[in-house]
Design a protein around this ligand. Structure first.
Ligand code: PLP
Length: 422
């Protein structure tokens, strides 16, 4: 306990939980309890905690080579990772740069877009989360806490609305039409297309509230990018690696971005991120124009290769789609009985439940339900600008029984909170 006081308080602590180890969908606490981890460490342990194949790959690589710096040598795991990624990343994205975190990969994508197009500005979408580093923070609009105290932010960032139908209170088609009209207006009023390097978008809004845009949104962005010579950058840091029921979320819409950003689930918990782009764009990035000491670490790359193998062998994206459908059906049934559950939405195992009261966001209810779930051994995260959305992010190998167990605990928690607030 005394040691904890020496940790920077800047880490917002959601639970008071110290763990000894993890296995599959479970975390084991020093309190002797087992917790159903439906956070996956914010969408990272998609293969489950300590998947034996990933652990074996890490152990084997650790004994062989820990660090093979990318400017100095080529190493086998990075080349094997490229081979593996080429089988899952949408064609024709075939050239990769590796880094360590999501934010770092976002920075790389923006640097590449600016460098390769010679244009300065980036358009982002309201509610997006792209990370904590200086540029990524300027690109992030999900909550003021991420920017307050750090202004002025990096320049050249413009914000268009994200088609979040529930928030606007409109049907999906009206919302989409409005958002595209506002985007076109932005390109006329604030940043001309010839000054705009890229549109940077999360195919499903993550931290901003687990919002699935209406069909046609990504295609409409693609169309504008093609028309004006802007790049489409898909931030798949949270949506990637099987989370939404496909390897990457852009696949649902059949849209291929110019740059795809990946991190989180990529190496099952080891720090690794990357961007994929068409060779012709990457070829414009002059040697030395970007880099980093640790990017594409050998052990992390070995973990990523094993992660992709596990995902294919165990058909984890398919399981995410099937279990996600069960989860959403269960949550929708609960929404009929608990009116505080204003909206249930998601894709695969990226599912959000938005709490509202009299049409207004209800973060207190979301937080109370989260705490009641924790007391019963279920870990869930919240998200959304108002923090009134409970997000479900279980490991992708979760079973139907474990989903039902999660729903049962959630139902009990809802009943308890309804009782309190009555
Ligand atoms: N982009 C998205 C969509 C994210 O969800 C996150 C993290 O939650 C990031 C970028 C930043 O990733 P990291 O925390 O690894 O820097």
């Amino acid at each position: 306990m005394a040691t904890r006081a020496h940790l920077a308080p800047v880490w917002l602590r959601i639970f008071d939980l110290e763990v000894t180890h993890g296995e599959g969908v479970y975390l084991y606490g020093t309190d002797g309890r087992r917790y159903l981890d439906f956070t996956s460490g914010i969408g990272v342990t998609n293969t489950g905690h300590c998947h034996p194949r990933v652990v074996a790959a890490v152990q084997e690589q650790a004994a062989r080579l820990l660090h093979g710096q990318a400017n100095i040598v080529y190493h086998r795991p990075m080349l094997e990772l490229v081979e593996a990624l080429l089988t899952v990343v949408p064609a024709p994205l075939d050239t990769f740069f590796f880094a360590n975190s999501g934010a770092e990969a976002v920075e790389a994508a923006v640097k590449l877009a600016r460098y390769a197009t010679g244009r300065p500005n980036i358009i982002v979408f309201q509610g997006s989360f792209h990370g904590r580093t200086n540029m990524a923070m300027a690109l992030t609009t999900s909550k003021t806490i991420y920017r307050a105290g750090y202004q002025p932010l990096a320049a050249g960032v413009y914000v268009a609305p994200y088609p979040y139908a529930y928030r606007y209170g409109w049907d999906p088609e009206t919302t989409l039409r409005f958002c595209l009209r506002e985007l076109d207006f932005l390109l006329k009023s604030q940043t001309a297309p010839e000054e705009t390097a890229a549109l940077l978008v999360e195919p499903i809004l993550g931290e901003g509230g687990y919002v699935v845009p209406p069909p046609g949104f990504l295609a409409a962005l693609r169309e504008r990018c093609d028309h004006y010579g802007m790049l489409l950058i898909a931030d798949e840091v949270q949506t990637g690696f099987g989370r939404t029921g496909r390897f990457f979320a852009v696949e649902h819409e059949g849209v291929v971005p110019d740059i795809l950003i990946m991190a989180k689930g990529m190496a099952s918990g080891l720090p690794l991120s990357g961007i994929a782009a068409r060779a012709e764009w990457m070829a414009r990035w002059k040697p030395g124009a970007h880099g980093g000491t640790f990017g594409g670490n050998a052990v992390a790359c070995a973990a990523a290769v094993a992660t992709i193998q596990v995902m294919k062998a165990e058909r984890l994206p398919e399981n995410a789609a099937a279990r996600g459908a069960e989860l959403m059906a269960g949550l929708r049934r609960l929404a009929e009985r608990f009116p505080g559950l204003g909206d249930v939405r998601g894709r695969g195992l990226m599912v959000g439940v938005e709490f509202s009261r009299n049409g207004e966001p209800d973060p207190a209810a979301a937080k109370a339900v989260q705490a009641a779930c924790f007391r019963r051994g279920l870990l869930l995260l919240t998200c959304g600008t108002y923090d009134n959305v409970i997000r479900w992010v279980p490991p992708l190998g979760v079973t139907a029984e474990q989903i039902q167990e999660g729903l049962r605990i959630f139902e009990e928690a809802l009943a308890e909170v309804a009782e309190i607030s009555r």
